[in-house]
Design a protein around this ligand. Structure first.
Ligand SMILES: *Cc1c(COP(=O)(O)O)cnc(C)c1O
Length: 408
């Protein structure tokens, strides 16, 4: 193991760490590729710092697992992939007026337009760069978020066709996004599929011939082969989480959670019965007991909503957060059991070593597994297991320390 201690600390003096199992990430991408219908490729979504797992490490592992495309929300994320040397197809889809269109076009990043204003900015940037922009046009087939409404779609298509004729753009993709794919059988799913079929027909009649059509997020990748088209666009599934417990557990789909969050106890003490615990005294010891201090708090991304409910594996047993989660720490009641400062507390992991999962934390906090992993903050070092960058052997460990951001 390499040293993941803060500067000045003894080796192995870590407080809280997120182990990132890159072999699992690669295997998850391979499993999703195998599931993709009719030879559809995989666009691995690595937005939001790879859902908290690390943008660049996740992107490299996804490529190694066979992701033909990478997807990001922001242009900055896409440009960071290019700065890291990634030369494969990349799409970024969340734009605001005045965004770095020209940098994206010059970096061969595919951009997305959901309306005329965006297409106009793309055309202007392409002209200024003297390049042809690669553009995906996004249809709102019912999500009601980003995307072009059906009433405005023919106009957007016509404008894109004209920009193609001028050489300013090439429409490389047509796409949309589901609202309720995590609720199989929801009537909006079939309605959105019908709307997408119509949007594609409008584009085809106008003469557009995109390289890829794509629609399926993780839940649709796992449950709806008819929506796979040329590319599936999974995010949370590549990190080994199920999009919802209703659809199934990760292992039902051959997926394995990538992140394990562990802490080392910062204190253990005997206290008498009737002792209040943490801010607001929302927990009182029922009798004389042992309290253990877990040095992880909401500043690290532990939800305060998990106060009184978040599960932790300590000394082989599941314990529950006693009282409130504070900014940097929370307490668990060990009952009659012994533990020592420095002992390990596992907050979540794959779940097959007795530890809770991110899904358990989601349930305890009234949220979804996506939010649990994505919230883990920059103060928590990511420790990469089985990293496989060029020139290194698999099986080695590398560390992304706190505050060593890799953003451009
Ligand atoms: C985040 C996102 C995805 C991935 O969604 P998952 O549910 O994590 O698979 C796909 N497409 C778009 C447009 C997204 O914003």
């Amino acid at each position: 193991m390499s040293d993941h201690s803060p500067p000045g600390a003894a080796p192995e003096s870590w407080r809280l760490r997120a182990d990132i199992d890159l072999a699992a990430l690669r295997a998850n991408v391979r499993a999703l590729r195998a599931r993709a219908h009719g030879g559809a490729g995989v666009m691995a979504v690595v937005k939001a710092d790879g859902y908290g797992h690390g943008l660049l490490q996740s992107a490299r592992a996804a490529r190694q697992g066979g992701a033909a495309w990478l997807g990001t929300a922001t242009a900055e994320e896409a440009l960071a992939l290019r700065a890291d040397g990634d030369t494969g197809p990349v799409l970024c889809w969340l734009w605001q007026p005045g965004g770095p269109w020209r940098q994206a076009i010059e970096a061969d990043v595919d951009v997305s337009a959901s309306g005329r204003w965006a297409l106009a900015e793309i055309v202007a940037a392409a002209r200024a760069a003297g390049r042809t922009a690669r553009v995906h046009l996004k249809a709102d087939t019912g999500l009601g978020r980003n995307g072009c409404q059906p009433a405005d779609w023919p106009d957007l298509i016509a404008a894109a066709r004209a920009a193609e004729a001028e050489g300013a753009v090439r429409v490389t993709g047509l796409w949309s996004h589901f609202a309720c794919a995590d609720e199989p059988g929801h009537p909006s799913i079939a309605a959105q599929q019908a709307a997408f079929t119509e949007a594609l027909a409008v584009a085809a009649r106008a003469g557009l011939d995109p390289e890829v059509r794509h629609f399926a997020n993780s839940p649709a990748t796992l449950t709806l082969p008819a929506a796979h088209y040329d590319l599936v666009r999974p995010g949370v599934a590549i990190y080994g989480l199920s999009p919802s417990p209703e659809i199934g557990d990760p292992q039902d789909f051959g997926l394995r959670p990538v992140m394990t969050l562990r802490a080392r106890l910062a204190g253990v003490k005997r206290v008498p019965g009737g002792h209040g615990v943490s801010y607001g005294h929302r927990y009182t010891t029922p009798g004389e007991t042992t309290l253990a201090l877990v040095p992880a708090g909401y500043a690290d991304g532990i939800p305060r909503h998990a106060s009184g409910g978040g599960p932790v594996l300590v000394a082989g047993k599941w314990r529950t957060v006693a009282g409130r989660v504070a900014m940097d720490q929370f307490v668990v009641d060990l009952g009659g059991d012994a533990a020592a400062p420095g002992d390990e507390a596992v907050l979540f992991g794959p779940g097959d070593r007795g530890e809770p999962t991110a899904e358990d934390w989601a349930r305890a906090s009234g949220t979804i597994g996506y939010e649990i992993v994505t919230r883990i903050g920059p103060r928590v070092p990511r420790v990469y297991l089985d990293d496989e960058p060029a020139g290194r052997e698999p099986g080695q460990v590398s560390v992304q320390g706190p505050n060593e951001g890799e953003r451009p």
